[in-house]
Design a protein around this ligand. Structure first.
Ligand SMILES: [Zn+2]
Length: 389
């Protein structure tokens, strides 16, 4: 059964304009690179429709939808987080964002109907959008809408794993009191990065206590530390929660060269994360894996390579790290950005092997691991101090 890949050049219409960092060229360069490498050979690209109001209202308020619709015609003070430097108003904003949501919905639907076990939408991942306001470049929350739709279509245990460098606050907020959705976010520590949430003590509310999991990592954490923290926490929780589907937000702004944040991952680390997520979906979620994009602002050197690895991983067409950058892609980029320094291969040459947690080390990553395990593991009947759990 072939994985579903959602893509339509119309998704480039989610364009915040000017020199805003969320530049859709990153998607175009990803699709071009994946195509040049043959990753998308014979793969039908599924064309999405914009999500209707009924779907958007699963997560957002009617007042907010109206504000987004009216914003391009309104005056300067539209409220709802719109018209700010982060979330500028642009013409056709409602339709463009509804199309992003529609793409993640289409991906979710392909899995729910059994037409695909895996689906990917690199244009998705707008994880900061809140019920009543835009935030962090995100107008509507496609991740939350897709999860809500899945809850109404046969899924009642959904695990969401967010590897973006920023806290997945909008998705956490949407399901904070819903025990059917386990949200796990690994991100740079909130002391040091917007949105300033995602502490290990944020664990969910009421009967959902334990269903929000946050792993705040110190700035400059590299691949081995990130993977050490991931493996110390995520597999045990998935084994215990037994999700029917794994939904992942795969932001790549955790890369060392990303201009907006300070984690120090590599393209090799990203590739390892994707193969790990695929393995966990197979092991714990019946093979069902919905992957969406997210942040990522090194538009030329990082996003296209990392998300080509994501597409390849979803399609079981893994690209070897040492694969050279195809000349056709390099020519395309040089025409558009003559001064850009291009990568030469699908690797950063980084070391990604990690030590398993529980070896007695106590560096800042280990402090984060211990805090999160102690906040969460007892709520799942797991022992926070036992490395076997
Ligand atoms: Zn981000």
């Amino acid at each position: 059964m072939q994985p579903a890949v959602v893509w339509d050049p119309a998704l480039l219409g989610y364009d915040l304009g000017g020199d805003h960092p969320f530049n859709p060229v990153r998607l175009q360069l990803t699709i071009s690179l994946a195509t040049e490498l043959g990753v998308l050979d014979d793969v039908p690209l599924l064309v999405p429709e914009p999500a209707g109001d009924g779907e958007l209202l699963r997560i957002h308020s009617p007042e907010y939808l109206e504000a987004v619709r009216q914003a391009p015609m309104a005056g300067w003070d539209v409220g709802h987080g719109l018209g700010t430097a982060d979330n500028p108003v642009f013409s056709g904003m409602h339709d463009a964002t509804a199309l992003v949501v529609g793409s993640s919905l289409l991906a979710a639907q392909k899995i729910a109907t059994g037409e695909a076990r895996r689906a990917v939408n690199i244009a998705g991942g707008l994880h900061h959008a809140m019920r009543d306001h835009a935030a962090g470049f995100c107008v509507y929350n496609d991740c939350a809408v897709a999860i809500s739709w899945l809850l109404d279509h046969g899924f009642d245990r959904i695990a969401y794993v967010d590897t973006d460098v920023h806290h997945g606050d909008g998705v956490q907020a949407a399901f904070y009191d819903d025990p059917r959705v386990l949200t796990i976010s690994l991100h740079q520590h909130p002391f040091t990065l917007w949105p300033g949430t995602g502490y290990s003590g944020e664990a969910g509310a009421g009967e959902a206590e334990g269903s929000a999991v946050n792993i705040p990592l110190p700035p400059h954490t590299r691949d081995p530390g990130w993977l050490r923290a991931f493996h110390a926490i995520v597999p045990s929780l998935l084994a215990e929660f037994r999700p029917q589907i794994l939904v992942t937000q795969c932001g790549v702004d955790s890369h060392e060269e990303d201009p907006l944040a300070d984690l120090s991952l590599s393209v090799d680390g990203h590739r390892t994360i994707y193969t790990t997520l695929r393995g966990l979906a197979e092991q714990y979620a019946g093979g069902k894996w919905l992957a969406v994009g997210g942040g990522g602002y090194q538009l030329i050197r990082v996003v296209p390579r990392s998300w080509t690895h994501l597409l390849a991983t979803v399609l079981d067409r893994d690209v070897k790290p040492e694969t050279p950058i195809p000349p056709g892609w390099a020519d395309l980029v040089r025409k558009a950005a003559p001064n850009a320094e291009l990568p030469t291969a699908m690797t950063d040459g980084a070391e990604t092997a990690h030590q398993a947690w529980g070896d007695g080390a106590d560096d800042p990553v280990d402090i984060a691991i211990r805090d999160t395990r102690r906040a969460i593991f007892p709520l799942h009947g797991l022992d926070p101090d036992d490395p076997r759990d």
